[in-house]
Design a protein around this ligand. Structure first.
Ligand SMILES: Cc1cc2nc3c(=O)[nH]c(=O)nc-3n(C[C@H](O)[C@H](O)[C@H](O)COP(=O)(O)O)c2cc1C
Length: 397
């Protein structure tokens, strides 16, 4: 974990003493760790203990005149936030966006991955409010190391004890492990929506955030592959190291894909490409005429995957299908028609998944029409599972 920058968030549970050991082991593995404590965590372990072991000041008070912007500074300089132990109260604050102490402020200011390790009494762990908060956090891509069964501080035996420190450590290692199994493989990835202009101020589009395609690009880079990322307009930062090619319209995306296709080994088409564009682009803004409506004539855009299929290149091609009905049948039809090696289908009518979300629940169908339903997972994990399958197929054509 050399060069890994980790924030260890500690909240006020009896297991706070185990965070001391976790900190010691993280530092021993070479991580640079900043500890952030909830307002109540100091009731269990003093900031001094964490400061001594981490070699850095501990951020535990929001209202410190010397360090009033500390939550922003610490958040900007970290790769991962690990909250261990996470109390029921801290989970609730994270789920609902409260920011009333150092840990909860830091959590909102932090943009990277978050790993939460809850610990609490069995009754609290089983409470529907806690379950709902966890489900909400999971739907945003937050990952969990669930508590274990065992003797709890309250004297009973049950589920709620902080996971073993080594289990947490293993999970943390996973964020920084540099697999290089995609070395030498060139990926062409499309992401985001397209914008089809109608006039200088209006366009047709869809709510795609680009998160799925960017997650695939990130994981390819993390595993040593090369990426050309062709992206429609999104609010995301291109992952470091990718060859980034922004575009707006479907025909621009098509041109870029056809140009770049020759130089890739794998094409992953995760962009939500518009199917229709206005037949005519008005030079001036279309004026509203009283109560009169407006009839727009739309024409079909080029189907990028069909164009690619015509080239019969022998390259591995992955498509995505966002469907609101007959998910599997529609995806199978697309797989066959476009001669794909894999299709990743997701049901956009289900709440909390698909467009905009950090998590997704997808079905992967391969060329042999083997259907694999994956559970709800952060998009980063889905990307990795997809890449595992792509790699297997490349090795066993
Ligand atoms: C001795 C003691 C042990 C506690 N252990 C836990 C615990 O393991 N998990 C938990 O969710 N709350 C536990 N609590 C309750 C929390 O400390 C309390 O909800 C607190 O407000 C949480 O603050 P924080 O989440 O802001 O750190 C404990 C309280 C006491 C007095």
């Amino acid at each position: 974990m050399k060069n890994a920058k980790i924030v260890l968030g500690v909240s006020a549970g009896i297991a706070a003493y185990k965070a001391v050991e976790l900190l010691r082991l993280l530092v021993k593995e070479g991580a640079e760790v900043r500890v952030v404590m909830s307002a109540n965590a100091g009731q269990f372990v003093t900031p001094l203990t964490f400061a001594a072991l981490s070699g850095h000041p501990v951020y535990h008070s929001v209202f410190d005149a010397q360090n009033s912007m500390e939550h922003i500074r610490v958040a900007e300089n970290a790769d991962l936030l690990v909250v261990a132990p996470a109390t029921a109260s801290t989970l609730a604050k994270m789920a609902h966006g409260l920011a009333d102490d150092a840990l909860s402020c830091l959590h909102l200011a932090f943009k990277g991955p978050v790993l939460v390790c809850p610990a609490m009494n069995e009754g609290m762990w089983g409470h529907p409010a806690v379950k709902d908060n966890i489900a909400l956090l999971k739907s945003r891509g937050v990952e969990f190391v669930d508590p274990e069964s065992g003797e709890l501080a309250c004297g009973v035996i049950g589920l709620g004890r902080l996971a073993d420190t080594n289990v947490i450590l293993d999970k943390v290692r996973g964020y920084f492990s540099q697999r290089d199994d995609l070395t030498g493989i060139r990926f062409l990835i499309t992401a985001g929506p397209t914008h089809e202009a109608i006039d200088p101020v209006r366009y047709l589009s869809n709510p795609s955030s680009g998160k799925m395609g960017y997650a695939v690009a990130e994981q390819v880079m993390a595993r040593g592959g090369q990426v050309v990322l062709i992206s429609g307009p999104t609010h995301l930062k291109p992952p470091p190291g990718v060859d980034f090619k922004p575009c707006k319209r479907a025909d621009e995306m098509n041109t870029l894909v056809q140009e770049q296709f020759e130089n890739c080994d794998v094409l992953v088409m995760s962009a939500a490409v518009g199917d229709f564009a206005a037949e005519k682009l008005e030079k001036e803004k279309i004026k509203k005429q009283g109560d009169e409506g407006l009839i727009l004539k739309l024409v079909a855009t080029k189907d990028i995957l069909l164009e690619v299929a015509k080239r019969n290149s022998g390259k591995l091609v992955v498509g995505f299908a966002a469907e609101s009905q007959n998910l599997v049948e529609s995806a199978l039809e697309k797989l066959r028609k476009k001669n794909l090696d894999f299709i990743v289908a997701n049901d956009i009518s289900a709440p909390g998944i698909g467009f905009q979300s950090d998590s997704n629940q997808v079905t992967i169908i391969d060329r042999e029409e083997k259907i694999e339903d994956l559970p709800l997972k952060p998009k980063r994990e889905i990307a990795d599972l997809l890449l595992d399958r792509i790699l297997f197929r490349l090795k066993h054509p």
